[in-house]
Design a protein around this ligand. Structure first.
Ligand SMILES: [Cu+2]
Length: 168
């Protein structure tokens, strides 16, 4: 009798520990499947409406990140042009990938996405550059959106900048 009681206690404690561990594992599993860790969370930053990124830096920011875009003063259809993105990260891991997608609102213009490469690695702010070319719009429209995405695995920041292209 004197030996049995402690053994029962030990079993109860071990059992409770197992139940707790199982519940913790379940909670983690639920939390992670809910957030789909393979896909980064997308955070939209809004660019100031009155800023046009032609020959000029336009910035969008929140407390953690500051993303700016600059295109040449004139972007002409079917002519290659330079795209520059500047990313400032406040205490966060900088982006591992920066892409710019060119779209027209409400019109499918095909896939126009470029992946930028870092001009200076480890610099703060980091500068990313690349070259792009716009396809001609059959409707004659010239209003484009440059959509900048800067992701570090956990978060992906997305900013839409509007600009007008020049017909040649
Ligand atoms: Cu179009």
């Amino acid at each position: 009798m004197a030996e049995k009681t402690p053994r029962v206690h030990v079993l109860a404690v071990v059992g409770a520990a197992f139940v707790l561990a199982a519940l913790t594992a379940l909670a983690y599993w639920l939390a992670f499947t809910d957030r789909a860790p393979e896909r980064p969370r997308i955070i939209e930053l809004s660019a100031p409406a009155d800023c046009i990124p032609l020959g000029n830096w336009c910035r969008a920011r929140d407390s953690k990140r500051d993303i700016a875009l600059r295109l040449p003063a004139v972007v002409t259809y079917l002519r290659e042009f330079e795209v520059e993105v500047r990313v400032r990260s406040a205490g966060e891991t900088g982006p591992g990938e920066v892409t710019v997608t060119f779209e027209m609102a409400g019109m499918n213009m095909g896939m126009n996405r470029i992946r930028l490469h870092p001009a200076a690695t480890g610099a703060e702010p980091s500068i990313w550059i690349g070259k792009a070319m716009l396809p001609v719009c059959a409707s004659g429209r010239t209003d484009w959106q440059a959509i900048v995405s800067a992701g570090n695995g956990q978060r992906s920041y997305r900013v839409v900048f509007g600009f007008e292209a020049a017909k040649r």
